[in-house]
Write a protein that binds this ligand. Structure first.
Ligand code: GDD
Ligand code: MN
Length: 361
């Protein structure tokens, strides 16, 4: 009995995401976009870099933006710093004075009130004729010289409201876990984007139509996933929020504090989905399905794993041969990287939900 219940929970835990992935692959992954993408579209773009103690990276980050092949008179950078104590603003100012051909504006907040707050401050300093706002974290890089052009090309289609990137990991977490996770994960982002929108955006590059940012009232300051949440609010307004296959970005994966970093990320995502569940809207049905499955996968499905393990362990303790076999199989599969990656991600999500109960950080 115990072993049957445990096996059923495990079957749901692995079966639902697998079925979703197979459905996305078969129905959407290879479909054409059906969008009027225009590579020659060059609206006025403002790139916003939020910084808190990024002195080690800010010059490299500005160099990276500087390398972009985009009309100089249509590109502007806003660095918004929140009282860094390591000299970040001074470094940004010095960099700007050495590169007078790129317009760089430095906005300084007197105190640190979080990334989203800083982004809202930056919005107030964006010229009225800017059409597109691109957010990018200081610890992220754009491997293509035409990243901005590629992202913006999709915004030429009026049905698209927001564009993010697919992630190429740079630097490695323990055992290459991060890398394995990203490729399956990228396929899901891409297929969801083709179906309508993906509810997960990336801080490495998030491009928004400025008018839509104003319409939704700027960035949410009450939760961590400003990028994903903003994109989803735009999707809920009926404009698409997409991660195309030709826009890539990289992020420096921290070598130290990897587990804490993953849990903090997972906290942001679970906060985002919890809030989306509470927001009722007239949602296009394709989007509704994506949001429902992703909310289930992030908030409920992870718990089935420890529940199944506990039931099977209990049954094994009562010498159930089938429970012992299942547990041995589950343990043996840990040698297989994608499976191991999945299991650790589930554990991060459950840890994140527990941690969200006492700190939202
Ligand atoms: N101005 C300002 N003020 N900037 C800040 C603050 C702040 O209080 N806190 C963080 N930042 C800046 C950092 O300097 C960096 O450039 C960027 O915001 C992201 O901070 P990280 O510390 O690198 O965040 P993360 O890597 O854990 O999370 C990022 O990715 C997530 C998922 O893609 C962030 O972009 C999250 O918002 C995002 O959900
Ligand atoms: Mn980061």
């Amino acid at each position: 009995m115990l072993e049957a219940a445990g096996a059923a929970l495990a079957a749901i835990h692995f079966g639902v995401p697998l079925a979703y992935y197979l459905y996305l692959r078969r129905a959407w992954l290879r479909r054409p976009w059906g969008l009027r993408r225009d590579p020659g579209y060059t609206p006025r773009v403002v790139v916003v870099v939020p910084t808190y103690n990024e002195a080690d990276l800010i010059e490299r980050k500005l160099d990276d933006i500087y390398r972009q092949d985009y009309p100089r008179e249509k590109l502007e950078v806003v660095v918004v710093d929140s009282a860094s104590t390591d000299g970040t603003p001074e470094k940004a100012r010095r960099w700007a004075s050495k590169h007078p051909d790129l317009k760089v504006r430095l906005v300084e907040e007197p105190a640190r009130r979080g990334k989203a707050h800083a982004l809202n401050t930056a919005l107030k300093h964006i010229p009225p004729d800017a059409e597109v706002v691109i957010l990018t974290d200081a610890d992220s890089f754009w491997p293509q010289r035409d990243t901005v052009r590629r992202a913006v090309a999709y915004l030429a289609d009026p049905t698209v409201g927001a564009v993010s990137c697919l992630k190429k990991p740079a630097g490695q977490g323990p055992g290459g876990v991060e890398e394995a996770y990203r490729s399956l994960y990228n396929q899901v982002r891409l297929a969801e984007s083709k179906a309508h929108s993906t509810p997960i955006f990336h801080g490495e590059l998030a491009a928004y139509r400025k008018s839509l940012l104003e319409e939704i009232g700027g960035f949410p300051e009450d939760l961590g996933a400003d990028d994903s949440h903003t994109a989803t609010l735009i999707a809920l307004k009926g404009r698409r929020a997409i991660t195309p296959e030709d826009v890539w970005c990289t992020e420096l994966v921290p070598r130290k504090g990897y587990t804490r970093w993953r849990i903090r990320r997972a906290q942001h995502l679970t906060q985002h989905f919890q809030k989306i569940l509470k927001t009722s809207h007239k949602t296009p049905s394709q989007l509704k399905r994506i949001l429902a499955v992703e909310a289930y996968l992030h908030l409920a499905n992870p718990w089935l794993l420890p529940a199944a393990a506990a039931l099977l362990a209990l049954a094994a303790a009562h010498k159930s041969p089938s429970a012992i076999i299942l547990l041995a199989l589950a343990a043996a599969l840990l040698a297989y990287k994608p499976y191991r990656t999945w299991i650790t991600t589930q554990l991060y999500l459950t840890a994140a939900m527990i941690r969200n109960l006492h700190t939202k950080e």
